[in-house]
Design a protein around this ligand. Structure first.
Ligand code: ZN
Length: 80
C-alpha cells in the first residue's frame, strides 16, 4: 500500500483499553496509550472519584454503569 507510511510512524497505536487503532489528538492521550474517548472517560472517572461529578451524571453520559464502584468513597451510607 502506498499509504503505508501514514500508519507506520505517524503516531498510530492501539488503545490499551478498547483495542482500537488511534492516535494523539492533542489531549495527551498517547502518553497513556489510550484513544481519545477512553482517555476522556478516564478523566471523568477521576472526576467521579474526586467528587467533582456524580455517579449518576457519569452513567447518564456514558449510558453504562460506573466501572469502578469499589473505588468510590462510601460516605453515602456511612454518616460519620
Ligand atoms: Zn480506547
Amino acid at each position: 500500500m502506498a499509504d503505508n507510511r501514514r500508519f507506520g510512524r505517524g503516531g498510530v497505536y492501539t488503545c490499551t483499553e478498547c483495542d482500537k487503532k488511534t492516535r494523539e489528538t492533542g489531549e495527551g492521550e498517547s502518553a497513556l496509550e489510550m484513544c481519545r474517548s477512553c482517555y476522556l472517560e478516564g478523566g471523568h472517572i477521576n472526576s467521579v472519584l474526586d467528587g467533582n461529578m456524580t455517579v449518576t451524571e457519569f452513567e447518564k453520559m456514558y449510558e453504562k454503569p460506573f466501572p469502578f464502584p469499589n473505588l468510590l468513597p462510601e460516605d453515602e451510607s456511612d454518616e460519620s
